[in-house]
Design a binder for this molecule. Structure first.
Ligand SMILES: [Zn+2]
Ligand SMILES: [Zn+2]
Length: 338
């Protein structure tokens, strides 16, 4: 095959494939050194610069900055609620989603540019009647564009109006530089805490079948699965942006929060461990969430705060973690049948 000659990665050096074709990376899921004990300051500084600062967070911030600078109406316009500027915000959010999700899908799934190299599930998604329109792709695009983007935009429009009309605190760069930088650095961590809380909630008995099961139809997820959620899950998910209604910040913080919410699910659902870019590679860190889609009750969040480890739902991808999960499940099945 032509793509194999041009690949930088060799999946056999990075992991192993089992008899069912499932690829397991050698590297274990982890949370980095921030909350590791004992505290290692040098590791934390190195991790902060290499993995937290110069990372996808920076890309999401750059998109937020560009959107705020070049594709957001003026403060005067947004001080009044009016359909014209709201549609502009909706349109640019649709463009961001179509470009970002579309680029990943095109390269990895339509062109299959790296075949199945480091793809966790060796099969590409097939059409199935469990999806709307009988197609995973059409289903995922529908929920993302018809529900996800409008609901995200509704949260953004409310925030922009509250900022512009003076109803909530707008921190000016000239007076609050340290606070503005600190808040921007905390936003990815806020997102993890918020996502963990709502994700545990929608895995409870009354909400799972009515709300979250729609997202979990994607047992072999692709980039567009990231925002394929029930509208009520979208409301809960994007409510992370409502923190700016009560905590003083700058509108660019809120847009960064939103771009993070919109864009981060793509690498997490891409289905590949390493993206081959021809001259280099890019790690998705998607295995923890892939395991969530495979085993459901593990890895409710992933990132830097080890919430799953603290609350006993962490699966690091190792054979031991799988053995533990199986024994837990057999205990609970035995308990239910008694
Ligand atoms: Zn997911
Ligand atoms: Zn879930």
């Amino acid at each position: 095959m032509k793509y194999k000659e041009a690949l930088v990665i060799d999946e056999t050096t990075l992991g192993t494939r089992d008899s069912k074709g499932m690829w397991v990376p050698n590297r274990r899921c982890d949370f980095g050194p921030l909350f590791a004990r004992p505290t290692r300051l040098v590791s934390i500084v190195r991790w902060f610069v290499r993995d937290y600062l110069i990372s996808m967070h920076l890309l999401y911030f750059a998109v937020a900055w560009a959107v705020w600078t070049w594709a957001t109406p003026s403060r005067e316009t947004m001080a009044q609620l009016a359909p014209g500027w709201m549609l502009v915000v909706l349109g640019r959010n649709l463009l961001v989603v179509i470009a970002w999700f579309g680029a990943w899908h095109l390269r990895l799934y339509r062109r299959q540019a790296q075949g199945t190299a480091t793809k966790y599930n060796a099969k590409f998604p097939q059409n199935s009647q469990r999806f709307t329109f009988g197609s995973q792709l059409k289903d995922n695009v529908l929920w993302s564009l018809a529900s996800g983007v409008p609901i995200a935009t509704a949260f953004e429009v409310i925030g922009l109006w509250l900022f512009s009309s003076g109803r909530i605190a707008w921190l000016e760069w000239t007076q609050h530089r340290v606070a503005i930088v600190a808040i921007a650095l905390l936003i990815p961590i806020w997102r993890e805490l918020h996502f963990y809380a709502i994700h545990r909630l929608i895995h409870t008995a009354p909400l799972y079948p009515r709300v979250h099961a729609l997202h979990h139809r994607n047992t072999n997820p692709g980039p567009w699965s990231g925002l394929a959620m029930h509208p009520l899950e979208h409301v809960a998910y994007f409510s992370a942006m409502a923190i700016h209604w009560v905590v003083a910040s700058h509108p660019v913080h809120m847009i960064f929060n939103q771009m993070h919410l919109i864009m981060a699910p793509v690498p997490g659902h891409a289905g590949f461990e390493v993206i081959d870019l021809g001259r280099g590679t890019f790690d998705t860190h998607g295995y923890a969430h892939y395991l969530h889609h495979k085993y459901f009750e593990v890895n409710y969040s992933d990132g830097v705060v080890p919430l799953d480890r603290w609350f006993g739902s962490f699966h690091d991808g190792s054979p031991d973690a799988l053995k533990n999960l199986r024994s837990k499940r057999s205990i609970s099945v035995a308990g239910n049948t008694q």
